[in-house]
Design a protein around this ligand. Structure first.
Ligand SMILES: Cc1cc2nc3c(=O)[nH]c(=O)nc-3n(C[C@H](O)[C@H](O)[C@H](O)COP(=O)(O)OP(=O)(O)OC[C@H]3O[C@@H](n4cnc5c(N)ncnc54)[C@H](O)[C@@H]3O)c2cc1C
Length: 351
């Protein structure tokens, strides 16, 4: 019977990135995925790498900043190892805020002439706008590249295999039970996103928070350079001419259907922001389930069962936080003193 050093439950961006990091450190890793790898929240995301202190929870700031800094190397390594593109863009974001946060933070709003020079498609915008240094990435590209990298490295996968429980013998984790079989390993990590709470013996308080998205094909690849963020919608340009329009934040259980009126509302909001998009073709729409938690912070660290760990609850920031989560969690699993204080994210806070 094959044995592994670590089993990862869930092949989203968090599980995949951690599997690669553990493998780099010499571990034999198995990733067990209920469906097909990478098809849930990680492929539904917009891919904004937002680490601005005005939009990031204070407690999360050190990890968000560290992860944003890691991204160029993280993306480069994935592209080189997998041969796939992740479309990391660093043109920045233009933000139309609701409240005067940015002014109070000492940021100066862009003069209309400067705004139309930076982003001609916004020439007619008549409200205060601010420019933030920030990157974006194509989450489907990142997830596909991480799957390819993991497979090339010899990380094992069991797909279409739902984990029903983490096995515990003499108080320690010894592996997992799935709908098909049992797998053995002294270390198990729950990276099952919005579904993390469904796997015994620990009921982590994760819940699905639905987001609906729309993808347009821009009439020209040069129409937008920056990410555009406004209260009513955001627009994320990709280098191939697609423009992703988001989103909603809905408590709708595990329902991933889109509804016509919401998608139409997003479409209207996109056209109101960038009138040239009225001629853009609609390519597709979809919805994904963010892993939410009661305090909107991730759940990271060792559980009260030795050998069982959790990395979940990344809510709206899992694409951003994947590289730092992998680094921090690999340290925790290897028993190394963490470089960052992860106590605010401990699963014990919900006891
Ligand atoms: C609409 C939308 C927009 C977003 N935009 C952004 C953004 O701009 N920037 C950003 O940083 N983040 C964004 N996010 C958040 C980000 O997508 C998530 O935080 C991140 O993808 C979570 O990754 P994950 O690996 O934990 O979860 P997932 O990708 O959901 O992966 C969990 C995996 O576990 C599997 N699984 C579940 N139960 C079991 C089981 N019992 N056995 C085996 N496998 C199981 C699932 O099938 C799934 O593949 C967005 C999310 C959504 C939905």
């Amino acid at each position: 019977m094959k044995n592994w050093d670590a089993i990862i439950i869930g092949a989203g961006i968090i599980g995949l990135t951690l599997a690669i990091e553990l493998h780099k450190r010499g571990a034999k890793v198995l990733v067990v995925e209920r469906g097909e790898p990478g098809r849930e929240a990680s492929s539904a995301a917009g891919g904004m790498l937002v680490d601005s202190p005005l939009e990031t929870h204070t407690v999360l700031q050190p990890l968000a900043t560290a992860s944003a800094r890691m991204y160029p190397e993280f993306a480069y390594e994935l592209e080189v190892e997998s041969g796939a593109k992740v479309d990391l863009r660093d043109q920045g974001a233009i933000v139309f805020p609701t409240e005067p946060w940015y002014e109070s933070a000492g940021l100066e709003s862009l003069l209309p002439s400067r705004l139309s020079e930076m982003e001609p498609a916004l020439a007619n915008a008549s409200r205060p706008a601010f420019c933030l240094k920030e990157r974006s990435v194509d989450p489907r590209g990142v997830t596909a590249a991480a799957i390819k990298t993991a497979k090339k490295r010899g990380i094992d996968f069991s797909s279409g295999d739902s984990v029903t429980a983490v096995n515990v013998t003499d108080g320690r984790a010894t592996g997992i039970t799935t709908i098909k079989t049992t797998f053995h390993a002294p270390k198990v990590v729950n990276c099952a996103g919005a579904w993390s709470g469904q796997i015994g013996p620990h009921a982590f308080p994760t819940r699905p928070v639905k987001g609906q998205m729309l993808c347009l094909v821009s009439p020209s690849r040069e129409l937008l350079k920056h990410v555009i963020r406004a209260p009513e919608a955001y627009l994320i340009p990709r280098s191939d001419g697609r423009i992703i329009v988001g989103t909603t934040v809905e408590e709708a259980g595990f329902d991933k259907r889109t509804d016509v009126s919401t998608i139409q509302r997003l479409h209207r909001a996109a056209v109101a922001l960038v009138p040239e998009l009225r001629n853009a073709k609609i390519l597709e729409d979809w919805a994904g389930l963010r892993p939410g938690t009661p305090d909107a912070l991730p759940i990271l660290g060792a559980t009260s069962t030795p050998g069982y760990y959790v990395a979940t609850g990344h809510f709206r920031d899992g694409i951003l936080l994947a590289p730092i989560t992998a680094k921090v969690m690999a340290g925790v699993i290897d028993g190394i003193e963490p470089e960052y204080d992860v106590t605010p994210f401990s699963p014990a806070r919900f006891r």
